[in-house]
Design a protein. Structure first.
Lengths: 137, 137
DNA sequence: GTCTTATTGCTAATGATTCTCAATTGCAGT
DNA sequence: ACTGCAATTGAGAATCATTAGCAATAAGAC
């Protein structure tokens, strides 16, 4: 029925992207691209965008939309399903948190209003200790 | 100290924007602009952007960043401080909800990680009953 | 009414992301 | 290892939302 998505292939560049995704920080596709180039890779920007997108679909990376509208990516913790983040608005450093209470709450609210196919996003942002110290002087 | 922001003036176009913001739906700046034009207004797109932005700063309108990256605006309920939404991913229709438990939770998590100047966003999206019905046939 | 300056409306400029398409290259089968 | 072919890549053009630049207007104070 479904047009059946093409079979993914493991290419050099896809491997490189995966390898680059090591830190715990959220970065934009452009930032990851720069990092790759600076490390000698020759991947194209478009490829990085495509790669990150498909990885996000497979659940390999987390994607969040910053207030500026740009999408930030980061490799996900192991295979855990669902979680949220406390992210630094300045350096991007993020901590994974989970809000078990909320999962239930979301569904209650949703069914109260008769909304279906619920999805939720919780974004907690702040200034991390390091950046705070830096900006205070 | 602060460069003291200019004194805002009530212009025809600002009034029109305020007037247009009547429905309970989230719409993009472009969408609000179209609506205004279709109702005979001659406001420019940039003016709508500027107007919505300043209104958002004053807390007169809510602004949320959709997954697509575009910013959606809607007039706020009276002057209540802080709240969240359950928004339909198809038609944009939204319900204001509040999550008192969460406000406290957010601060606890934040201080646990020593993050300052906390800000949070909770976005609940789903498909509203009307759109669900529509897409089911 | 006059003046000062915030505001408007174009339009051009940005910035991020996506698309186009020819050139590559996994990889299944032989 | 060799072929065939669809998936993938890379570079640049194309989109899209949003912002900046600037001359022309028009609030609001006097």
């Amino acid at each position: 029925m479904t047009p059946s998505a093409p079979v993914p292939r493991m290419t050099r560049q896809r491997r490189e992207i995966l390898d680059a995704l090591d830190t715990r920080d959220f970065r934009s596709a452009q930032a990851w691209h720069e990092r790759l180039r600076s490390e000698g890779s020759t991947v194209g920007l478009a490829t990085v965008y495509r790669g990150l997108q498909s990885l996000a679909e497979q659940g390999e990376v987390d994607a969040v939309v910053a207030e500026s509208g740009e999408t930030l990516y980061r490799r996900c913790e192991a295979g855990d399903e669902h979680h949220h983040h406390l992210r630094c608005r300045i350096c991007g450093r993020a901590v994974e948190i989970d809000v078990p209470e909320f999962e239930a709450f979301a569904h209650r609210i949703a069914s109260e209003h008769d909304y279906g196919d619920i999805r939720h996003t919780i974004e907690l942002t702040g200034i991390c200790p390091q950046c705070r110290a830096a900006s205070e002087r």
